[in-house]
Ligand binder design. Structure first.
Ligand code: SF4
Ligand code: SF4
Length: 312
């Protein structure tokens, strides 16, 4: 089959809301620890040898979706909203390419290795990737495909972080070493999964599902204007609703894989304490015997904070 040109690919991906697509060589990837950190995907699930696994693919198509953060003080996870929407669009694009007779498959690769080897992106000190000057507020997907050939005219990768220490100073958990970069064992994102969150993480939560403090501080993202969340999204993540286990509307925004009970209800309980929602104390108390220990422990921690504030 005839390959699509880069111009045709660009037209196609824009229909799905992607900002850019880069057609890269199918090469095996060297995943050093720094290329893996921050990905949140176990190494055994990553494809390190696309050349061997997809010998019939002519290119790896890197899709870039860009998102705007929510205004300061919002607890809603802008990245996960964008990631969920882009995930469905990437799958729809795969379906369209397949319907046209091409091979196309979404694959998980160590993105830092992919973009650094291609000379397209820079791994920043906070473990985020700056792709072709888009900043780090992006969602990235990779397709193995025979729909196009690698593009030789890729943009130059952005400069490295150099002596900048802005995110290191901004990080609430001192997780970014100004010389060596991110220490995932100190990053609060690492602990916002389904297991009980340690107290030091709950004390530092600044929103649902992730932490974006280092990205908010980074000058690479200064050109991206924050936006107010939609009213429906605010309702979906209303604390009372989440504490009562009503997660369906939140899942529609951030994806059901992210919005598990163990994660979202526990975070809602902790955020009640941090935002001084004494009016929700009864709901928090009702969770202190919850069968899931992440929820139970977060509720006990939140109860302690809310009650001691009432007593003082
Ligand atoms: S600011 Fe948040 S996401 Fe960034 S390194 Fe620190 S804890 Fe992790
Ligand atoms: S704030 Fe500075 S050091 Fe941190 S990621 Fe951005 S440019 Fe790099």
């Amino acid at each position: 089959m005839e390959h699509l040109t880069i111009a045709q690919i660009n037209l196609l991906i824009k229909n799905y809301g992607f900002k850019a697509a880069y057609s890269l060589k199918v090469e095996n990837l060297t995943a050093t620890w720094h290329a893996l950190c921050g990905m949140g995907i176990p190494k055994e699930r990553l494809c390190l040898a696309p050349e061997a696994e997809y010998p019939f693919a002519s290119a790896l198509l890197l899709l870039v979706a860009q998102y705007r953060p929510f205004i300061k003080g919002s607890l809603l996870p802008a990245y996960y909203f964008a990631s969920n929407a882009a995930y469905h669009k990437a799958n729809a694009l795969v379906n369209e390419l397949t319907a046209k007779g091409y091979f196309a498959k979404r694959i998980e690769v160590p993105l830092a290795a992919l973009v650094e080897q291609a000379g397209l992106g820079t791994l920043c000190k906070n473990s985020m990737l700056d792709i072709a000057g888009f900043g780090t507020r992006t969602v990235l997907f990779t397709l193995a495909t025979n729909a196009c050939m690698p593009d030789d005219n890729l943009p130059q990768k952005p400069q490295g972080c150099g002596n900048c220490t802005i995110c290191s100073s901004a990080c609430p958990a001192q997780a970014i070493n100004a010389d060596f970069g991110l220490d995932p064992s100190r990053c609060i994102r690492t602990y916002m999964e389904s297991a009980p969150m340690p107290n030091w993480v709950m004390e530092r939560l600044n929103g649902f599902l992730g932490c974006e403090v280092c990205q908010a501080a980074c000058p690479r993202n200064a050109f991206i204007e924050p936006v107010k969340p939609a009213d429906d999204a605010l309702l979906a993540f209303e604390l009372r609703r989440l504490l009562r286990g009503e997660l369906k509307a939140a899942s529609a925004y951030a994806g059901k894989n992210m919005c598990t009970r163990a994660r979202l209800i526990a975070q809602a309980a902790a955020l009640c304490a941090l935002t001084k929602r004494h009016d929700l104390l009864d709901e928090v108390l009702a969770l202190t015997n919850h069968e899931l220990c992440s929820i139970c422990e977060a509720a006990i921690w939140a109860k302690g904070i809310l009650q001691s504030a009432l007593e003082s």
